[in-house]
Each structure stands twice: as C-alpha cells, then as structure tokens.
Ligand binder design. Structure first.
Ligand SMILES: O=C(O)[C@@H](CO)OP(=O)(O)O
Length: 228
C-alpha cells in the first residue's frame, strides 16, 4: 500500500506577524523550526520511512523538510523542489498586515480574498517590492500576478499527476513538505472534497498528515499522525 505524508511548513515569520505571504520567501521562526523537528521525531518514533521527498522552492517548506529529516537521520533521501508546490500567490496583498487589510476593506472582502474558491486577490503590480519575476529561482517561469485556490489547484494537480503519483504507484513512500493552499489542493483531490468545503479546511503548521491510499491512489484514510 503506498505511503504518503503531507506536512505544512512550521510557523513562518509572517505567520507570526500576521502578514499575507504567498510566494514571498520568509523563513521559519524558532517556534516553526521546533515544530518541524518535533514532526521529524514523531515520524521517527512511529517508524515511518520514506523513499522520496517533494517540496516547493520556498525556504519555509524546504527548511521544514530538512529539519524533520535531520531528526529522522534521513537527510540523504532524494528530494525534488518545484515551484508547482509553492504557496498560492497572494498578488497585491503580499506583505500587507491581515488585520490592517480587514480594517481597510472590511471582513467580508478579506474573507473572500482569503477563502473563496475562485476569486483571486488583486494582482501584484510589476516592479513592486515583492515582485519575484526576476528572482533567479523562477527563471523561465511565468510568475503569477495573483492566484485563487482554483488557480493553485490548476498548477498543483498536473505536477502531482506527472511527478508524484508515478512514484507512489511504483511503490515509493513519499513525504511532501508544502504550504496551506498547495496542500489544500492535494487534500481536495485525494479526499474528493467539494469546492465550497475545501476553503474551510485549515491545515495546521508542522503536523504530519498521513494518507492511506489504495493501489489506484484512492484515499482509504487520512489522519494527523499525532492523533493515532
Ligand atoms: O499568507 C499566506 O500565504 C497564507 C498562509 O499563511 O495565508 P492564508 O491563511 O490567508 O491562506
């Protein structure tokens, strides 16, 4: 039976500061680093083994993966980093304080930007302080100006199908370290969650989510490792 574990990065500096983050590359806090190490210790205690890891191009997810693997003595595992697993792009909201934005635009509008299925935040103006289009890690990639959850799903799922699902089908045990919304995309797909329900699913930082999958990668169970 294929093994799949998903983990959202540990607390980031902008989770702590309550700022819209998206593709901006903030680090984990010391608390976030400890969440990642604790996740690694838990996976080791439960005897989880992996053959391959996947993560985004963002420091908070990469570091979470490495801190967890270090606790498992598994830093040597092969890993693939890819922008398709990045957080949803927060457009022109990137860097703003979430509470200031509510005060300015109202709770309802901010809730739509944060948790609607298909309404993207306003686009990022090119050339602004958070514009990543000339960041070398995205060379050759059309960096989005903004993404809804629907847009995020539209780039996560082809990557899942082409890169991750074949490894699982070949019998590899897979660990994915990613972000609230790129993981929502995977959970929605694997657990068949309707559009209007997936937006309400909050994925906590640093908590390994275990998927039990059948041979066609249909989910037979999903649970937080800490709960069993
Ligand atoms: O700021 C972000 O990029 C995300 C994840 O932290 O926030 P939200 O909870 O609004 O999806």
């Amino acid at each position: 039976m294929p093994t799949l574990v998903l983990i959202r990065h540990g607390q980031s500096q902008w989770n702590l500061e309550n700022r819209f983050t998206g593709w901006w590359d903030v680090d984990v806090t010391e608390k976030g680093a400890e969440e990642a190490r604790a996740a690694g210790r838990l996976m080791r205690e439960r005897g989880l083994e992996f053959d391959r890891c996947f993560t985004s191009l963002q420091t908070r997810a990469i570091k979470t993966l490495h801190l967890a693997l270090e606790e498992m003595d598994r830093l040597w595992l092969p890993e693939e980093k890819d922008w398709h697993l990045n957080e949803r792009h927060y457009g022109g909201l990137t860097g703003l304080d979430k509470q200031d934005t509510r005060d300015r635009y109202g709770d309802e509008q901010v809730h739509i930007w944060r948790r609607s299925f298909d309404v993207p935040p306003p686009p990022m103006e090119p050339g602004g302080p958070y514009d990543l289009s000339s960041d070398p890690r995205y060379a050759g990639i059309d960096v989005p100006q903004s993404e809804s959850l629907k847009d995020t799903i539209a780039r996560v799922l082809p990557y899942w199908e082409s890169r991750i699902a074949p490894c699982l089908k070949a019998g590899e045990r897979v660990l994915i370290s990613a972000h609230g919304n790129s993981l929502r995309a995977l959970v929605k797909h694997l657990s068949n969650i309707p559009d209007d329900e997936i937006t309400g699913l909050e994925i906590p930082t640093g908590q390994p989510i275990v998927y039990e999958l059948d041979d066609t990668l249909g989910a037979t169970d999903r649970y937080y490792l800490a709960d069993r």
